[in-house]
Ligand binder design. Sequence first.
Ligand SMILES: [Zn+2]
Ligand SMILES: [Zn+2]
Ligand SMILES: [Zn+2]
Ligand SMILES: [Zn+2]
Length: 400
Amino acid sequence: MSDFQVGFLAAEKADESSHLSMESGVEPEPVKTPSKRHRCAACFKQYKRKDHLIWHMKTSYHSVHQPKCGVCEKHCKSFESLREHLTGPLPKGNCSKMFAEKGCDLCMKIFDSSDAASTHKEACRLPPPVPIATILSDSAGSQNKMSSSFNGCIAADSKAVAMDCEMVGGGSDESVDICARVCLVDDAENLVFHAYVQPASPVTNYRHEVTGLTAEHLQDAMPLEEVQAKIKEILYNGEILGRVRMNSGKARLLVGHDLEHDLESLGLSYPDHLLRDTAKYPPLMKTNLVSHSLKYLTQTYLGYTIQAGIHDPFEDAISAMRLYKRMCAQVHQLEGLAINDTNYHTQSFISVFELKRQRELDKMSPDELFELSRPNYRCWCLDSRTSIQEQSNTNPWGSW
Ligand SMILES: [Zn+2]
Ligand SMILES: [Zn+2]
Ligand SMILES: [Zn+2]
Ligand SMILES: [Zn+2]
């Protein structure tokens, strides 16, 4: 770490604490504060030195996509930090008061009146999905309830599918995760595919309390190769592999929670740019960038309980899909700066700050510095925009 960075971090600490004391209403000493402070246009942190503000902007990746307080418009790194800002132990005066009156504690939006807020909350809190056992027994006319797999139809225009796997234990210490059950749903929450999967290696623990599985379930289970082929067919959607890797073409987005783990257990891979992982999406992560559980996210953002007993892969897949659609439906102001900005469409987030000279940056106002700043992740609101890739003219998430 350079001297500048060390000095900066110390200064940032000091600045933060004085900022806090100002916010909580403690008057700064009148004699000692004649110098002009430099205030971040996004998170409102204040710096005594302009170069400290510039360094802060270079390292904060502020953007229009960050969760924002509906009262003071402060940008937060995640919904968790926004929740802290509005309801945490250090309430921010007017913001928390307005939020308590007219806010929704699931999506954190603030409405014009408390009536508008309560109408909204009824729609924002979702009912839990129907258990998979009900779906499978409803379709038992054509397929046996205990049959090892279910092949539903997927809507041709479904741009995303969500997947969830249930794992049993393998290896001598039972710690190896083996996929024994998999479920896929489309964006209209239809069950597209469900199968018990033939374990790739011997099962040493069925983890029955969580999976609900016994040896009997896996007796006539589908061979792994068949499961892989079926999932690929759904994901690739008739697109050739080369195009799937380059850009998406007709291939579908894969939604889920900790998808790498699920894909690995299935012996599958899928390009990163087509993954929408609720465990890895920064706005849904803890402030320290550790993943939340799907159970926590579902309770906190959708308002119902999952995984209370035996895990239901259908319920988990639908919950991930609902979280994804909520994030897609966010309206972020991109006018001018983003549609033609390749940083918003690719996985490489080159900082625009690196292209500017220090002298130029020194002359810029906090607002101008913020305009240069770009996120270090791809916001899912871009999935619902018509201008990217080859999406159709209708907004697939318009009803959200
Ligand atoms: Zn900031
Ligand atoms: Zn966005
Ligand atoms: Zn606020
Ligand atoms: Zn809401």
